[in-house]
Design a protein around this ligand. Structure first.
Ligand code: BGC
Length: 825
């Protein structure tokens, strides 16, 4: 068996609406033989391009055929030959080009008079026989399109969250299957969304735009048959109220009643910021059934979905016209077993549905989503049971990784990481999906990206967000603490450093040099920005800093920990500089590389002079200070630093004190410097504070705080207490890349050349990890067969090579396939 699988065009499967004149194709090889390499590929794009190339390239092969036409579907197929002479059967894919720079003919329409209302905009179109039918649409706001009552496409919250004034993604839909011969009704629901509704921390309390508007253009066989203009009518929609954070009120009696007719107005919004939808869109990725319905001590009726998630509790059922059900959401119960949602702060998350008397009605909010495990029935005029609800899990990604160990709590912790990733990948990488934030904090994103990239194919997802970051960077290089933002410009180390860390991690995972090239100017500009901060070009020692956010060593109850903020800032300055030098090297920009390496040396010198004692050890004796110095290669005497860090941790009862900044590197700093046992002990620690503490408390997602719920059952606070915050989930990366030992070679990224160096530990009998790389699944794991004998198993994908370093020190190179070894340890 030799196959070519998982065809992708610009990281997406069969994308519709691609504005690239040379789109790039990628595929994976699959074979039951070992040591398989591609020796040749053949790619045919309709009658536009036919290439047969002797090469092992299977990622980002650039289209090089006749000029692609706009708004056209192209079918392509790929087959490959391997080093055994096997030829794979053709595998088929397609992509559809978008506007390719053509102006849209649809006009921005909306209604200035009733910006609070979610209106239904309606128009008609007549159809005869046709071959192709596409809709191009976008909105300032969020929109849904219906043709003859049927919702178009499977995506939600289009056009997504971007830096709207510079980049507004338009969507293209193939609507052939929605149209019938004769008259068709096209309807658009237009909500406020991120753009015109509530958006956190706005300085002027206004959204990106004052009121929503949309553009739509339908083309049949290449002719525009319908476009948004002043002929569109609007009516009251059944969506009486909808806000992303606050929930929705939906009166199904109003559906198709065409009340309060008015004519849409042309709105004077810009057209030159439209870009194609390179990101992956939000879809329903899973459905779960609730597990119990019960009365709380306060006699409230609560339904438990058994899992904290982002999405909706979909109602389905029948009742009389005018029957009503209202419910609110919560992530947890309090210590007495009562419904608890005070941690949502000002986000209401209330949903009301009014029935119209038809049978089997189904409803979930259109322009709102919730982060929840429980719902409380606040009002209901008819009988309900568990059967009436389904948990609809929404996300921009599907997770594909696996970690399986002999410790059930650890396995649950990993599940929690996956759930927090799903729930926080809602078009942008958010901090949390429930309270009144849900924005893409750059710090949280950089902390988690190396984990995220292993758990799911999120290349397109991050690329889209990084382009927003790039367009939002100020002329002097500042990168905001969340992106996109509408507020005064503000940054902090470890948050702004997302500008270097995210592109570099993305490059390491993807092998996409073109993207690195496009984004590199942002990385360099960020380093230059830091250079201008502080009273020396080699220190960042002034201005606002978030510090080691939520660290436990804070002495004054603040969120920021006690690690010297400028120690952190200067360490990250060094780290961003070294990362940017690596990117320069990967791009062949050797002058830049040299300059950046020189800068790094100077920063390191100044850092040691300013922040360390005569032994080169930090004045500030926190775990995070040691962790950063070690992980970011700033200490001369690493041995001593590692020993002191280890003593600090042991002296603290083998417990951590680190926050957002130190935690992701904590176990790495230990295991890479001779203290693997302490790293494992922290990982397996069950007492507070630890990763497994939350699991023991029944967590089903990763908590924002080590003590979200305290050992006595009380909440640590209601102000900053999300139960679905992925930052501390970055520990999964340590399991993948240290415990199971899988890393990419930085000179041959994307796991084209990998290094696998598993590090077994007797306190855990078994640890196995696998994830999907751009080449295919990579896996590594170990199991103690008896007290001193271990079985190591690895699997590496076709077309790649791996350097294996076994725990007994033996090193060798293997090519694709599954291998196992038994060794004494
Ligand atoms: C967010 C964090 C974020 C922090 C920075 C919080 O409110 O939830 O995750 O990084 O603010 O200020």
């Amino acid at each position: 068996m030799f196959e070519c699988v998982d065809l992708r065009c610009e990281d997406l499967q069969d994308p519709v609406g691609v504005d690239e004149s040379n789109p790039r194709f990628s595929w994976k090889l699959s074979s039951d033989r070992k040591e398989v390499f591609q020796t040749e590929y053949e790619i045919i794009v309709d009658d536009m391009w036919h290439a047969i190339v002797k090469s092992d390239q299977c990622l980002y092969v650039k289209y090089d055929g006749l000029p692609l036409k706009s708004k056209t579907k192209y079918n392509y197929r790929v087959r490959t030959t391997n080093n055994y002479g096997d030829v794979s059967p053709f595998v088929y894919g397609n992509f559809t080009t978008g506007l390719m720079g053509e102006p849209v003919s649809g006009k921005w329409i909306g209604q200035k008079q009733r910006p609070e209302k979610v209106a239904a905009y309606i128009n008609k179109v007549n159809c005869e026989e046709f071959k192709t039918a596409y809709i191009f649409a976008t909105a300032y706001g969020i929109y849904e399109i219906y043709i003859n009552g049927q919702r178009v496409g499977e995506s939600f919250f289009t056009p997504g969250l971007t830096n709207y004034n510079k980049r507004l993604q338009y969507q293209m839909f193939d609507v052939r299957d929605y149209l019938k011969k004769g008259e068709n009704e096209v309807k658009v629901y237009l909500g406020k969304g991120w753009c015109c509704g509530r958006y956190p921390f706005q300085t002027d309390l206004k959204g990106f735009k004052d009121f929503p508007a949309f553009i739509l253009q339908m083309e049949i066989d290449g002719h525009t048959v319908l476009k948004s203009d002043e002929t569109w009518k609007y009516y009251d929609s059944p969506i009486l109220f909808s806000e992303l954070y606050d929930g929705e009120i939906y009166d199904s009696r109003i559906e198709n009643t065409y009340q309060n007719e008015g004519l849409a107005e042309i709105i004077d919004y810009e057209y030159d910021n439209l870009v194609w939808n390179i990101g992956s869109q939000v879809k329903v990725v899973e459905e779960i059934k609730p597990v119990r319905i019960f009365k709380t001590p306060y006699k409230q009726t609560v339904i438990d979905f058994g899992q904290n998630m982002a999405g909706w509790a979909e109602f389905s059922g029948s009742g009389k016209s005018g029957d009503i059900i209202s419910f609110s959401h919560a992530e947890t119960l309090d210590s007495s077993g009562n419904f608890y949602n005070e941690n949502f702060r000002t986000a209401q998350n209330d949903v009301t549905f009014i029935l119209n008397g038809t049978n089997n009605q189904k409803y979930h909010p259109h322009f709102a989503f919730e982060g929840f495990r429980y719902i409380r029935i606040d009002k209901c005029t008819f009988d309900i049971s568990l059967e009436n609800f389904t948990g609809k899990v929404i996300s921009s990604i599907n997770t594909t990784s696996r970690i399986d160990t002999s410790n059930e709590n650890l396995n649950r912790l990993f599940k929690n990481v996956l759930w927090s990733q799903k729930g926080n990948f809602i078009d942008v990488p958010t901090d949390c999906p429930q309270r009144d934030e849900r924005v893409a904090w750059t710090g949280d994103a950089q902390v988690f990206i190396s984990t995220a990239l292993k758990n799911a194919n999120c290349l397109a997802f991050y690329k889209k967000w990084l382009l927003d970051m790039k367009t939002e960077q100020t002329d002097d290089g500042l990168v905001q603490i969340f992106i996109p933002a509408i507020r005064e410009k503000q940054t902090s180390s470890a948050w702004g450093d997302s500008a270097t860390i995210c592109p570099w991690e993305l490059y390491k995972a993807s092998n996409d040099r073109d993207f690195l090239f496009d984004i590199y100017p942002m990385m360099k500009k960020w380093v230059n920005y830091i250079k201008k901060q502080g009273n020396s070009p080699f220190l960042w020692n002034d201005g606002f800093q978030l510090g080691d956010w939520l660290a436990l060593d804070s002495t004054d109850g603040s969120y920021e920990g006690t690690t010297d903020k400028y120690y952190i800032a200067t360490a990250f300055f060094a780290y961003s500089t070294i990362i940017t030098s690596k990117a320069a090297k990967a791009l062949g920009l050797y002058e830049d590389e040299k300059e950046l390496l020189h800068l790094f040396e100077n920063i390191k010198k100044e850092f040691l002079k300013t922040y360390t004692d005569e032994y080169g050890m930090p004045y500030c004796k926190t775990q995070t200070a040691y962790v950063l110095g070690l992980f970011m290669n700033l200490f001369e005497d690493k041995k001593r630093a590692a020993k002191e860090l280890n003593e600090l941790i042991i002296g603290n009862g083998t417990k951590l004190t680190t926050g957002f900044v130190g935690t992701p590197y904590l176990c790495f700093a230990l295991s890479q410097n001779g203290y693997i046992e302490t790293a494992y002990k922290l990982l397996l620690q069950e007492e507070y504070p630890s990763w497994l503490y939350s699991v023991k408390q029944g967590a089903t997602t990763i908590w924002e705080h080590w003590d979200g719920i305290k050992p006595d059952g009380s909440m640590w606070s209601k102000n900053m207490n999300s139960f679905n915050h992925y930052a501390y989930g970055s520990i999964a990366d340590w399991i993948f890349s240290e415990a199971c030992g899988i890393k990419t070679d930085e000179d041959n990224v994307g796991y084209k050349n990998s290094i696998i160096a598993p590090k077994p530990y007797k306190g855990l009998k078994k640890c196995f990890a696998e994830f999907d790389t751009s080449f295919g699944k990579i896996a590594s794991g170990w199991e103690y067969i008896n007290n001193n004998k271990i079985k190591i198993t690895i699997n590496i994908p076709c077309n790649t090579t791996s350097k294996i370093i076994l725990p007994d020190g033996k090193e060798f190179i293997v090519k694709s396939g599954e291998y196992s070894w038994e060794i004494y340890n």
